[in-house]
Design a protein around this ligand. Structure first.
Ligand code: NDP
Length: 274
C-alpha cells in the first residue's frame, strides 16, 4: 500500500504487498443495502477489520443508526436504480473516505408471485434493483480500482442465481443476471488486480424471508410456522443461513488469500445447490 493508504498492489505483486493481506485498514468499502440483514452483517465485519465503510440504501434513518454503531462508517442515501443518484452517492463517499477498494452489491428485493400475474412494472423493478443496481454501482468503482491495481467486487446474488424457484421468475432472472454480470466483469478485469465474485446464499434469516413467509400465509392460508418450514426444507441442512455466514464468505473473498478466486458464484446454502 502506498503512504497515502491507496492500494498499490497488482495481480503480480508479492502477497505481502496485497492490501487484503494486512487486514482492511485504510481501505474504503461500500456496501449497498448495508443497514439491514446480510448487508449489515457484511458491513459490521468489514468495519471491524479496519475498513472505512459507506452504507448505501434509501432509508436515511436506518442508515444513520447502522453507521453510528460501526467504528468508521457513514450512510449515503442512494437508490441503486437511479443513475444520477448512484453517481452522486459515490462522489460523496469518495470525498469522505477516498477511492473505493471494496464494493459489495447487496441491495435487493424479492417479491414473489406467479409469472402470469407479474406486471411489467414489477418485473422491471426487480431487474432494476437486483441487476441494474449492481451494474451501476460496479461501473462507478471500476476505474479507480483498476487505477489502484487492486479491488474487490462481491455481489450478493442467491441460490436463485444458480437454480430456479417457482413463483419468483423476476427474482430468478435478476439473480441469474447478477451471476452473469459477475462472470463478465471477472474476465474483463482479470489482468488488473480486481476480482469480481458472487455469493449465493440459500434462504437466510432476514426481513426478506420474513416477508416471503407473510406472503405465503396470505396467499395460502397456511400457518407461519408451516410456511417457514417449507422454505427451510429447501436447505439439506434444514435451517436458515445466518447472515454472518454470508459475511464471513465475503470477508474471505476480500482477502489476499482469495486473489485467484474470480468469476465464481459461491453457494452458501447447506448443499442446496452443488
Ligand atoms: P433486507 O431486506 O434486509 O436487505 C435488502 C436491502 O436492500 C435493504 O437494506 C434495503 O434498504 C436495500 N435496498 C432495497 N432496494 C434498494 C434500492 N433501490 N436502492 C438501494 N438499496 C435498496 O434483506 P437481505 O439482507 O436478505 O437481502 C440482502 C441481499 O441478499 C439481497 O440482494 C437478497 O436478494 C440477497 N439474498 C437474500 C436471501 C435471503 O434469504 N434473505 C437469500 C439469497 C440472497 P432500503 O429499503 O433502505 O433501501
Amino acid at each position: 500500500m502506498s503512504e497515502d493508504g491507496t492500494p498499490t498492489a497488482t495481480a503480480t505483486d508479492d502477497r505481502a504487498d496485497d492490501p487484503g493481506q494486512a487486514g482492511l485498514a485504510g481501505l474504503h468499502a461500500v456496501v449497498t443495502g448495508g443497514a439491514t440483514g446480510i448487508g449489515a452483517a457484511v458491513a459490521g465485519r468489514l468495519a471491524r477489520a479496519g475498513a472505512a465503510v459507506t452504507l448505501m440504501a434509501r432509508n436515511a434513518e436506518r442508515l444513520a443508526e447502522a453507521a453510528e454503531a460501526l467504528p468508521a462508517a457513514a450512510g449515503e442515501v442512494c437508490d441503486v436504480t437511479d443513475e444520477g443518484g448512484v453517481r452522486r452517492a459515490f462522489d460523496h463517499a469518495v470525498r469522505r473516505f477516498g477511492p473505493v477498494a471494496i464494493l459489495v452489491n447487496n441491495a435487493g428485493i424479492a417479491p414473489t408471485g406467479p409469472l402470469a400475474k407479474t406486471s411489467l412494472a414489477d418485473w422491471q423493478r426487480v431487474l432494476d434493483v437486483n441487476l441494474t443496481g449492481a451494474f451501476l454501482c460496479s461501473r462507478a468503482v471500476i476505474p479507480a480500482m483498476v487505477e489502484a491495481g487492486w479491488g474487490r467486487i462481491v455481489t450478493i446474488a442467491s441460490t436463485a442465481g444458480l437454480k430456479a424457484y417457482p413463483y419468483a421468475s423476476a427474482y430468478v432472472a435478476s439473480k441469474h443476471g447478477a451471476v452473469g454480470l459477475t462472470r463478465a466483469m471477472a474476465l474483463e478485469l482479470a489482468s488488473t488486480g480486481v476480482t469480481a465474485n458472487a455469493v449465493c446464499p440459500g434462504y437466510a434469516d432476514t426481513d426478506i424471508v420474513a416477508a416471503s413467509v407473510r406472503t405465503i400465509v396470505e396467499k395460502t392460508g397456511r400457518e407461519a410456522d408451516e410456511a417457514l418450514a417449507a422454505l427451510v426444507k429447501a436447505n439439506p441442512q434444514k435451517r436458515l443461513i445466518d447472515p454472518q455466514e454470508v459475511a464471513a464468505t465475503v470477508m474471505w473473498l476480500c482477502s489476499s488469500d482469495a486473489r485467484s478466486v474470480t468469476g465464481q458464484a459461491l453457494a452458501v446454502a447447506g448443499g442446496e445447490v452443488m
